[in-house]
Design a protein around this ligand. Structure first.
Ligand SMILES: Nc1ncnc2c1ncn2[C@@H]1O[C@H](COP(=O)(O)OP(=O)(O)O)[C@@H](O)[C@H]1O
Ligand SMILES: [Mg+2]
Length: 392
């Protein structure tokens, strides 16, 4: 605003200003204008200034990128925003609101062209524009990521409620199931004194009942184990040592499956806050899945590296891979493609990684293998200063 007032004063006295001072003023104003444009170009959000007819007066780098225009696009004198916008929804939205001189604040629309995005659009008529055609500033922000984040949070909350509900039911099923088990045992004992023909016939039926009741019992126990919320206890740990412990534990299974483990651990990873028991559970689950995926043996590469303040762990197998249809679901509860699978392993894995503030990604090629990547922030305990520093 101060600049506008200054410019007004300058224009009022222009015939009294000597040429050299005038040139200086113009040079300063041009430099300031350039630097403001540079600032606007640094914003990820797009800034667009247009008049009521749609003529573009300014388009920041962010706006060009959102609209799918190359950065080198130059605006011709009569470039109309309505020719530049490819998406019909956005074009209609701007046309309607600019036409009525509306103020719009962070209105969210979904566009399909040039890419599928959720855009937050703000429109404000520019006050004090001295041309008869009013100008408008339009702010375009890509909010796709935060929308996605919100959706994920809602999903997690929903899953949490469902898990607790199902946990309650599973617990309740446990008691009658126990009693059924005991009574089946009693029945077995009673049958021992029955005549051989009845005994043979009934024993077959009894075995089916016992095996089914054992299966139910396993299901309930697995479910309760997977959903029991034990809070993580964080200690300063060496992640490489935790990996080593998991590999050591799985050695017999790996050996009998004919799987070589290639450890590629970086030596410069500092100790950081982690729950070693839970992380071991993560590694065991990933190793177990790799074993299942390589029935004919192969190699499993386990790597760790430091990227700035993040520790990246890689589990790369040469197994069957995961097809596109299954890939989006593998972290869901009970999603399994295995005959005897519980489908809870990766749900537990992703829960633990999230508890550590990290994330897990998967890439897979059918017939080639699968790579799981875990990103863990290397959080430290607050450093304790020696007493003399604290006091002094
Ligand atoms: N390393 C892997 N290679 C191929 N498929 C995998 C791998 N890890 C996980 N999967 C797929 O993800 C599914 C879910 O895994 P998980 O949650 O551990 O349950 P489960 O192992 O009991 O099936 C598996 O059934 C399998 O289809
Ligand atoms: Mg598994």
């Amino acid at each position: 605003m101060a600049e506008v007032q200054f410019l007004g004063k300058l224009l009022g006295r222009i015939d009294r200003i000597d040429r050299a001072s005038l040139l200086n003023y113009i040079r300063d104003l041009t430099a300031e204008n350039e630097s403001l444009k540079n600032v606007l170009d640094c914003l990820a959000a797009g800034v667009l200034v247009m008049d009521i007819a749609g003529k573009v007066k300014y388009l920041s780098r962010g706006a060009k990128s959102i609209l799918g225009l190359s950065h080198s696009t130059t605006l011709r004198n009569k470039s109309s925003i309505y020719d530049l916008i490819k998406d019909e929804e956005l074009r209609r939205f701007l046309l309607e609101h600019v036409c009525f001189g509306d103020y719009v604040f962070q209105y969210e629309i979904e566009i399909l062209l040039p890419h599928h995005l959720y855009l937050s659009v703000s429109i404000s008529p520019l006050e004090g524009a001295n041309s008869p055609s009013r100008d408008y500033a339009v702010l375009l922000e890509d909010v796709t990521l935060s929308r996605e984040h919100d959706r994920k949070m809602r999903e997690i909350q929903k899953l949490d409620v469902l898990t607790r509900l199902a946990g309650g039911i599973a617990h309740e099923i446990g008691n009658p199931l126990n009693s059924i088990g005991i009574h089946l045992k009693l029945l077995e004992r009673e049958l021992a004194s029955a005549d051989p023909a009845t005994q043979k016939k009934c024993m077959e039926l009894l075995e089916v009942l016992q095996s089914e009741s054992r299966r139910l019992d396993r299901l309930v126990k697995n479910f309760l184990k997977a959903t029991r919320r034990k809070f993580a206890t964080f200690k300063t740990e060496s992640i490489n040592e935790v990996i080593d412990a998991a590999v050591e534990l799985m050695k017999p299974e790996l050996k009998s499956a004919g799987i070589r483990v290639e450890l590629k651990q970086a030596s410069d990873i500092p100790r950081f806050l982690a729950d070693s028991e839970k992380m071991k559970q993560v590694f065991i689950n990933l190793i177990k899945n790799a074993i299942d995926a390589m029935p004919k043996g192969g190699s499993l590469e386990i790597g760790s590296e430091k990227r700035d303040s993040v520790c990246v762990l890689t589990f790369r197998d040469q197994g069957t891979g995961i097809n596109e249809r299954d890939l989006p679901h593998i972290f869901e509860a009970y999603y399994t493609t295995k005959k005897e699978g519980a489908g809870l392993g990766l749900m537990i894995v992703s829960g633990i990684i999230h508890e550590h503030g990290g994330k897990i990604e998967v890439q897979s090629k059918v017939g080639k293998g699968t790579v799981f990547k875990i990103y863990l922030p290397m959080r430290r305990e607050k450093l304790q200063l020696p007493e003399k520093f604290e006091k002094g």
